[in-house]
Design a protein around this ligand. Structure first.
Ligand code: FES
Ligand code: FES
Length: 150
């Protein structure tokens, strides 16, 4: 049994310790907000936050996660400034990459609540979007930062 703390809830999972977190989230725990994109650590569509840092859940084995604080898209409240900014800027197109984008943005603003445009671009650059919503993502992160600063 491996104990995981996800969105402040404690779970005990009985799976191979080498199982990547993404499979545990989606297939074992039914937390399907985190998406499978490339499965190879390239697209960051599966981004979650582990102890404050954005991590690709598809290449993160659960064996190293005991006692760490894991946050998924389900753990971000609807009134969080980032989710609100996503709505205001109407960011998603197909939507598939967006949970990962939001998790990356939350991690960025937790670490740096007042990023400039270049810092936003740099932080968000690893999260791929096949629909090309990058300008709206950037606008939403800057909007959320303004809200956080209020
Ligand atoms: S699905 Fe994890 S990085 Fe692409
Ligand atoms: S909104 Fe379609 S992949 Fe990003």
């Amino acid at each position: 049994m491996i104990k995981l703390i996800i969105n402040d809830d404690e779970y005990s999972v009985d799976v191979d310790p080498d199982t990547p977190l993404l499979w545990v989230l989606r297939d074992v725990l039914g937390l399907t907000g985190t998406k499978f994109g490339c499965g190879a650590g390239q697209c960051w569509g599966c981004t979650v936050i582990v102890d404050g840092k954005a991590r690709p859940s598809c290449t993160t084995k659960i064996s190293g996660l005991e006692g760490k604080k894991i946050t998924t898209i389900e753990g971000i409240p609807e009134d969080h400034p980032v989710k609100q900014a996503w709505l205001e800027e109407q960011v998603p197109q197909c939507g598939y990459c967006q949970p990962g984008q939001i998790m990356r943005a939350v991690a960025l603003l937790d670490e740096n609540p007042d990023p400039d445009r270049d810092e936003v671009r740099k932080a968000m650059s690893r999260n791929l979007c096949r629909c090309g919503t990058y300008p709206r993502i950037e606008a939403a992160v800057l909007r959320a930062a303004r809200e956080v600063a209020k």
